[in-house]
Design a protein around this ligand. Structure first.
Ligand code: PPS
Length: 297
């Protein structure tokens, strides 16, 4: 088994195979066992680094794939429709191997940790990314409600932790790079949070085309409406208000926080932004990946 190392600034986490896991939720043995999970050709995996628009994309995927676009299933948790691949605690009684096809999964796993059988198959992967300054900001604010992770004293401390990968899921750079570098081995669609903000309808269309599911205009209107920030914030299931208190402290906020591009400017100093830009250039400069950092770009 690979080495398990502590995470200096968060004793709730451990590092394993380049990823930081929550001690309370997942063991290294369980993580290793996922590599042999049997993939079917019609599986769909939605994969993100945390705070990149996971729940939003999960909602969209669920809406696109559910007949009637959730009419009649509004009271069913999204996590029952698009199941957390590694957080089995949310679906403890479900045997993922015997779920009917098509199975929809959501995951934060890095490319090295997903089932081996996902490579070179027809199974689909949708990878959603977001500009990392907003990811960092959203992650920092998430500390207010996250019960399972250590709280940083201030943004600067979190900034350093984030760059060092001492947060759940590890380094953003490694996650995005890992998936992007291995894209040719997967049947994968890359999406960006900022494009979803700019033109959600086009992204919904892109996803449905990728899934070979044709939505007529009326269906498209329903999906776009039900995936709007306002609608999701007012829907306790979409806003994950049903998560237990030992995971989320609802007194201090919710998953649907602001939903904007460029909110990092309200917390990051000019000096921090410059340090980040330099690092981003060093680590990602060779990839053809462009992010939108502010709305009026
Ligand atoms: S998690 O904890 O990893 O599952 O978080 P994740 O869902 O990836 O990211 C949470 C951020 O996504 C924003 N969000 C949305 N933005 C726009 N429209 C919609 N419908 C939407 N749903 C979720 C959410 O507000 C978090 O971003 P911030 O910047 O914190 O507001």
């Amino acid at each position: 088994m690979a080495a398990i190392t502590p995470v200096p600034r968060d004793s709730n986490l451990y590092c394993y195979k380049g990823f930081c896991f929550l001690k309370e939720i997942m063991s290294p043995e369980f993580i290793d066992s996922l590599q042999d999970f049997k993939i079917r050709d019609d599986d769909v995996f939605l994969i993100t680094y945390p705070k990149s628009g996971t729940i939003w994309s999960q909602q969209i995927l669920s809406l696109i794939c559910s007949e009637g676009h959730r009419n009649g299933t509004e009271k069913i948790e999204t996590s029952e429709r698009v199941k957390w691949f590694e957080f089995r605690a949310l679906n403890p009684d479900v045997d993922y191997n015997s779920c009917p096809s098509p199975r929809l999964f959501v995951s934060h796993l890095s490319e090295t940790l997903v089932p081996r059988g996902l490579k070179n198959t027809k199974a689909k992967v949708i990878y959603v990314m977001r500009n990392p300054k907003d990811v960092m900001n959203s992650f920092y604010r998430f500390q207010d409600i996250s019960v399972l992770t250590a709280k940083s004293q201030d943004f600067h401390q979190f900034f350093e932790k984030f760059l060092d990968g001492e947060v759940f899921a590890g380094k953003w750079f490694d996650h995005v790079r890992g998936w992007y570098n291995h894209k040719d081995a997967y049947n994968i669609l890359f999406l960006k949070y900022e494009d979803m903000i700019k033109d959600l309808r086009s992204v919904v269309k892109q996803i449905s085309t990728f899934l070979a599911l044709k939505l007529d205009d009326e269906a498209m209107d329903i999906v776009v409406k039900k995936a709007s920030f306002k609608q999701m914030k007012n829907d306790p299931l979409a806003n994950k208000e049903t998560l237990p208190e030992n995971i989320i402290d609802k007194r201090f906020g919710s998953f649907m926080r602001k939903g904007q591009v460029g909110d990092w400017k309200n917390v990051m100093t000019v000096a921090e932004s410059e340090i980040f830009d330099k690092l981003f250039h060093e680590k990602m400069g060779d990839l053809s990946l462009n992010f939108t950092w502010e709305v009026d770009e």
